[in-house]
Design a protein around this ligand. Structure first.
Ligand code: NAD
Length: 253
């Protein structure tokens, strides 16, 4: 098992069909004890209870709005009290809004930046002192193909900007935290079938999108979970500041 004896904190992992929960499931099946952070304690606890058991103890569900720095600090305190250690942080929480450039108002911009980008900063800041003290840790951040090609299918320009910001932030974190034994990487998925598309994916859209995907299928949450497992585990021990595409070939560069 790749994550025996390790603990992993995953944000935005309560959504039933989401990438975060698929990642939590895969990590638990590889032996990790998981803390699921999401907007409500109830949803986070329910998701945590659904994971495969590990010998170290029960998984944990914690309410944490990643846009709230104090909430991130409180969540980290709680996780560390219960688990005693934090080995892996997956910054997965995110939202999208299918807006065109001229439709983006200040509130839209702020909200999308806050959850997708500022949340990565705040939650990482909450766990970094502990990781630094132990001289180890793996942080993986959720970006998107939207950051690389300027728009995906559902995200507006503000989403592209926030997810591109994640890549810059993660690379800078990798540079600064490398000497402390902490690795920081990012994942850039293409279109993955989750609830984030809000049921707006029509059959025609699907057919059109598939024409641009060499592997000829949309992504599944577990496809992204596999990339996170690689980055979280010691088999990627010399990889930091990297970006892994999980897009079926939608963007090859
Ligand atoms: P999802 O909507 O199923 O999951 C998102 C989760 O984030 C939900 O559980 C939600 O409650 C949580 N969340 C939202 N705001 C939060 C906040 N402020 N604090 C804490 N949690 C919060 O969507 P998903 O597709 O699984 O998305 C997961 C991540 O993957 C997101 O960052 C998304 O932008 C990214 N992504 C998704 C796709 C895709 O096609 N689905 C592609 C590229 C990147």
């Amino acid at each position: 098992m790749l994550l025996s004896g390790k603990t992993a904190i995953i944000s935005g992992a309560a959504s039933k069909a989401g990438i975060g929960l698929a990642t939590a499931r895969l990590f638990a099946s590889q032996g990790a004890r998981i803390a699921i952070l999401d907007l409500t304690e109830e949803a986070a606890a329910e998701a945590a209870a659904s994971l495969p058991a590990v010998p170290e103890g029960a998984h944990l569900g914690v309410a944490c709005d990643v846009t709230d720095a104090q909430a991130c600090q409180a969540a980290a305190k709680r996780v560390l009290e219960v688990f005693g250690q934090a080995d892996i942080l997956i910054n997965n929480a995110g939202i999208t809004q299918p807006l065109k450039l001229m439709e983006i108002g200040g509130e839209n911009w702020q909200k999308v930046m806050d959850v997708n980008l500022t949340g990565v900063l705040y939650l990482s800041q909450a766990f970094i002192p502990h990781m630094r003290a132990r001289k180890q840790g793996s942080i993986a951040c959720m970006s998107s193909v939207s950051a690389q090609r300027g728009g995906g299918i559902f995200g507006g320009p503000h989403y592209s900007a926030a997810k591109a910001g994640v890549l810059g932030l993660a690379k800078a974190m990798a540079r600064e935290l490398g000497p402390d034994g902490i690795r920081v990487n990012s994942v850039t998925p293409g279109l993955i079938q989750t609830e984030i598309t809000g049921g707006k994916l029509t059959d025609q859209m699907r057919t059109d999108i598939l024409k641009g995907i060499p592997l000829n299928r949309l992504g599944e949450a577990k496809d992204v979970a596999g990339a996170f497992l690689f980055l979280a585990s010691d088999i990627s021990s010399y990889i930091t500041g990297a970006v892994i595409d999980v897009n079926g070939g939608m963007l090859i560069h």
